[in-house]
Ligand binder design. Structure first.
Ligand code: MG
Length: 282
């Protein structure tokens, strides 16, 4: 993609909190990250039909994000227990399913798969060691498909994430930076975190949030809000991405799938905000 910072939006077919493709088209957004469709829709026929639709709308798929049955973001403790490859009871089956998601992304001609790996455990635990080996196994499959995997941020501090990525030690592991998640999970100032991990950032979410009250950070959710209305500071965020040399898509996320009209209105306003900041900074 030659244009710097093409606008994107997180999209869904039949699972996940993204907008549907027609909304991306209506808002004139040229790229999407796609939440993986459910299992029965991960096949060549579905991929071809989806690609056809994207082509007709002039939309490029820049990443396919994995998601698994049984994941719940109800509260931070439930998220830690249920999300990603970290929970040991489902780790092997989810790793196998993620390889299928990578295969589906390949059918879409997409070179990036993303995931929330979960709350990475302490470096000295057995769970950490086995997480390293299964992550390498997944990454090798992803590499054989000619793809990179981007880890969504938020559930770890910047330092813990850097340590994990260094320990996994695979060249196709990068970061999908989500500044709002750092606030929602209470894992650290997103701008300071971005300065630390910027060299590994290969895709981003443009999402905003307000911190939970002091004393509750890390145990209670902060609140996700429309872009520009939260504590991230969008201009500083984009300037920091610019300083890190990031030129990829700016993918808007607004996770209020229960209110489709407001979701669309907020994303429309986010597109305008990003376009004006692009002019100012880019
Ligand atoms: Mg995100």
């Amino acid at each position: 993609m030659s244009e710097k910072w093409p606008i994107g939006v997180f999209a869904s077919v039949d699972a996940g909190l993204g907008v549907h493709l027609d909304v991306a088209k209506e808002l004139g957004v040229p790229t999407i990250q796609l939440h993986t469709p459910s299992k029965e829709n991960r096949n060549k026929q579905a991929a071809d039909a989806f690609l056809d639709k994207c082509k007709g709308m002039g939309i490029t798929v820049t990443a396919v994000f994995g998601g698994f049955e049984g994941e719940s973001y109800a509260d931070i403790a439930t998220t830690a227990r249920t999300v990603g490859l970290v929970p040991e009871a489902t780790r092997a089956e989810r790793a196998a399913e993620f390889k299928e998601i990578s295969d589906f992304a390949k059918l879409l001609g997409c070179g990036v798969v993303g995931m929330h790996i979960g709350f990475v455990p302490d470096k000295n635990s057995d769970s950490y060691k086995s997480l390293l080996s299964i992550t390498r196994d997944v990454l090798d499959h992803v590499a054989a498909n000619g793809q990179r995997m981007h880890l969504e941020t938020g559930q770890e501090s910047a330092d813990h994430l850097l340590e994990f990525i260094a320990d996994v030690d695979r060249p196709n592991l990068r970061i999908n930076f989500d500044p709002a998640n750092m606030i929602l999970y209470g894992t650290g100032n997103p701008i300071e975190a971005l300065k630390k991990v910027g060299h590994l950032v290969a895709s981003v979410h443009c999402k905003d949030a307000k911190w939970a009250p002091e004393g509750e950070r890390g145990t209670s959710w902060g609140s996700e809000v429309a872009l520009g209305e939260g504590d991230v500071g969008m201009e500083t965020y984009l300037r920091t991405l610019n300083d890190a040399g990031y030129t990829g898509p700016l993918t808007i996320e607004r996770e209020i799938a229960h209110d489709r009209e407001r979701q669309k209105a907020d994303i429309g306003a986010a597109v305008q905000l990003l376009q004006s900041l692009k002019q100012k900074i880019g």
